[in-house]
Design a protein around this ligand. Structure first.
Ligand code: PLP
Length: 361
């Protein structure tokens, strides 16, 4: 069935081992928010069973994993945003991050059936997204420690704004802030995402939070996944559903934005923006067909794209790789779409079948 995202679970396990080699003294909180960056959260969690914990963005994502029988601690990065969220976190054994006083009010005002544990305080160190200033974090920590609804040690977490920019002075500044706070309060630290795990070894600390690299994608512009010994997990494919011959002057697709300047053979592929294939790839995206690179002609439609087959041997029914092959990594397609791999991967939606396999890793 096409379009399909073929998911190599052996590659996922390989990439986790790669993380562990880079950070042998840290425990691993594998980030599987947003349906594991489009790869399927439950299947990814099972393939990543060697993780010490998982992290998701929202309570509902954690509920889904618990309902599927996932046993590890599950950290909710955005924390709880209603009494109902907090009750669910307690019932499902989820571990919220606390980044705002409103969340502490919920904690103090909502009786819980079971205390929550493995909780985290999010410290503001420079991202200015979620996080408490050190003096606020200190107050929150005290309230949480005294609260009967919280059990066990509380860790401190923060997030780099520029980890993928090598040698950026802001990274060290963020690190210094969390180190100072954690030292004063004797807390475990979690700071490093994928880019930091690779490029900022000083930031590893007690708990690391890899996301992108688990999926076999490089966080850096100047280093490929292969060079980092990461294996791409998703291969996004569809197939040719029509082939046609165009005359000079014929136009392709909505708006007629591409015009043939000679006789041209085109293939129509069964994928479009309603599957999560970016419309930004109109007239410039690359695809791989029978080991040859071809280019999109005209705009991406809701359900279809057109590609140039003039120089390529191909038939109706042939498979087309949209990204995820060694010859066509998602990093390259993201650059063409003027975005990042995170966005392309996480936008592959429910209309696209996931096919899981244990391929070579
Ligand atoms: C998404 C996320 C991560 C994972 O980042 P990658 O760059 O994918 O490794 C880590 N920490 C937080 C807080 C996140 O939101």
């Amino acid at each position: 069935m096409y379009p399909v995202a073929k998911i190599n679970l052996a590659a996922l396990a390989h990439n986790l081992q790669r993380v562990k080699t880079l950070a042998p003294n840290s425990r691993v909180m594998s980030v599987i928010k947003a349906n594991a960056y489009g790869h399927g959260a439950i299947e990814a969690a099972k393939a990543l069973h060697d993780s010490d914990a998982f992290a998701v963005a929202r309570v509902a994502e954690g509920e889904q994993l618990r309902d599927a029988g996932i046993q590890q601690p599950i950290v909710v990065l955005e924390g709880v945003n209603s009494a109902q969220d907090l009750l669910s976190a307690s019932q499902h054994g989820l571990s919220p991050v606390f980044h705002h006083f409103s969340q502490i009010e919920l904690l103090l005002n909502t009786p819980l059936p079971t205390p929550i544990s493995f909780c985290w305080v999010m410290l503001e160190t420079g991202m200015h997204r979620l996080g408490l200033m050190p003096d606020e974090a200190e107050k929150v920590l005290k309230l949480m420690t005294e609260c009967e609804s919280v059990s066990g040690p509380i860790g401190v977490m923060s997030h780099f704004a520029c980890a993928d920019e090598r040698n950026d002075f802001r990274n060290q500044r963020q690190l210094d802030l969390i180190l100072a706070f954690a030292k004063e309060h004797q807390m475990a630290i979690s700071m490093a995402n994928s880019a930091a795990i690779i490029a900022l070894p000083d930031s590893l600390m007690e708990w690391i939070r890899p996301g992108l690299m688990l999926y076999g994608v490089s966080p850096f512009d100047d280093q490929s996944a292969g060079e980092l010994d990461l294996k791409p997990v998703m291969k996004f494919c569809s197939k040719i559903i029509a082939i046609r011959e165009l005359n000079r002057g014929d136009q392709v697709g909505y708006g007629g934005t591409w015009t043939a300047n000679k006789e041209t053979r085109i293939g129509i592929i069964d994928v479009g923006y309603a599957d999560g294939y970016s419309r930004q790839l109109s007239n410039l995206g690359s695809v791989l067909i029978n080991d040859q690179i071809s280019t999109l002609l005209g705009r991406v439609s809701m359900d279809m794209i057109a590609i140039d087959l003039t120089e390529i041997q191909a038939e109706v029914g042939d498979e087309v790789v949209l990204w995820g092959d060694e010859q066509l990594p998602v990093e390259r397609i993201a650059a063409q779409a003027n975005t990042i791999s995170y966005e392309l991967l996480s936008q592959v939606n429910q209309r696209v079948k996931r096919d899981y396999h244990y391929g070579e890793a």
